[in-house]
Write a new protein. Sequence first.
Length: 94
Amino acid sequence: MSEIKETMIEQDNKLHIVRTQEVGDILTANKRAQDDAPSMHGDAKFRFVGRIPFVIAEQWQKECGAGIGTQEFTQYVKKKLKDSDYAYLRVKKW
């Protein structure tokens, strides 16, 4: 898990908090898993789909207005992961 860094910037009498995360290791692991992970694990009802950096999950939470871990958030994430712009976060398709 990569560390999340917060930077506070004062601008126009407002305090802005910027959160960043180095995600290179996560993306490398996703790419490796794309090549190595099986599509299914026998009769398992669940399978590994991908890794989402926490700062991206936080942004998606703000966009959809639902908390991380809720059903609404899960549906939003599925929609986002199907978008080709986020293919680098996916390991396998649904």
